[in-house]
Design a protein around this ligand. Structure first.
Ligand code: GLV
Length: 328
């Protein structure tokens, strides 16, 4: 096979080996940071496939720079909001993501880890202890919140949301509400999750976790109006996409104690923590906020699985089959 594949970043090796074994011409950007835009535009020229990261905007300009040889964009992520699907459609370019069971499990685990860390003030307690503040047991030191007996609200019941529901319904003693564009009777029957509207979910949940894709309809899905509906002293977790939460409204909710805390793996203006500098600064220093650097899927097993998925999809497409992860 003579197809030329350009990887915008080095990824775990299993998929790369598969592409090389199939004798594709694989070129990888050698830098260890985000590829500069100019370099990206130069390097995609004449390629048949771009294997892109979620950090790159793959728009008309990139597609035009690649030229008519470009047949496929394989995104090394579940989300694909960085790709202009309309421009891809106009040019007949296939787009695939890297969704796989492994990534849904890893992101669900990270979400649950954040939930427990928030409730039990793990990050704050770790810092308190290692900076020498711990002087002995105290009856009211760092009081957190139990999870048992509480209500967990899941917004979005795709692969990741479903895995959070499955695992949390299995022994942690929480009631589960969920909201989506449609009912999921399996979730209701198997895990006792109850379908509610978004306002109802926000009103009744002690923990709210977001698992919807970033679309025009989900941009700022959680803003001032929604924060006002939330239970006072509830917690919010976002491992989906940053702009689903209005970061200025989030900071207002934290400041006025509408929220007990938040855990964010994604931010409105990555790598900044918020749209506005003062809000980013607030989030950076608030002890009831946990920040992780978009690492919810960052396990060895998952990042290798995503590498294989990208390769399978590319190999399927160039041998005339329909790739399993086609999103366009
Ligand atoms: C990560 O955010 C992904 O979409 O895979």
């Amino acid at each position: 096979m003579n197809e030329k594949v350009f990887l915008t970043r080095e990824i775990p090796d299993e998929g790369i080996k598969m592409l090389k074994r199939a004798e594709l011409k694989v070129e990888i950007y050698e830098g260890d940071k985000l590829i500069p835009r100019r370099e990206l535009l130069r390097r995609v020229k004449g390629k048949n496939v771009i294997l892109s990261m979620l950090t790159e905007k793959i728009d008309k300009q990139v597609m035009n720079a690649a030229g008519p040889s470009l047949k496929m964009i394989a995104n090394y992520a579940v989300g694909f909001d960085n790709i202009d699907l309309t421009a891809a459609k106009q040019r007949g370019i296939a787009v695939v993501n890297a969704a796989c069971p492994e990534i849904s499990e890893s992101v669900a685990e990270h979400t649950i880890a954040l939930l427990f860390a928030l409730a039990h003030r793990i990050v704050e307690g770790d810092h308190f202890t290692r900076t020498g503040k711990y002087k002995g047991w105290e009856p009211k030191l760092l009081l957190g919140t139990d999870i048992i007996g509480k209500t967990l609200g899941i917004v979005g019941s795709g692969g990741i949301g479903t895995n959070v529901i499955r695992r949390m319904s299995d022994g942690f003693g929480v009631s589960i509400l969920y909201h989506d564009v449609q009912h999921n009777t399996k979730l209701e029957k198997k895990f006792g999750a109850k379908f509610v509207t978004l306002p109802q979910l926000l009103k009744h949940s002690d923990f709210v976790s977001l698992h919807v894709p970033l679309l025009p309809a989900t941009h700022h899905l959680i803003s001032d109006t929604q924060f006002k509906l939330m239970k006072p002293m509830s917690f919010l977790i976002n491992t989906a996409r940053g702009p689903i939460i209005d970061s200025a409204a989030l900071v207002r909710a934290l400041k006025t104690k509408r929220l007990a805390g938040a855990a964010l793996d994604v931010f409105e203006n990555e790598p900044a923590f918020a749209r506005r500098k003062e809000d980013a600064n607030y989030l950076q220093h608030a002890w009831n906020v946990i920040l992780t650097p978009h690492t919810a899927s960052a396990t060895i097993e998952t990042r290798q699985a995503m590498s294989r998925i990208a390769a399978w999809n590319i190999l399927a497409y160039i041998s005339g089959k329909i790739p399993a992860n086609l999103v366009r």
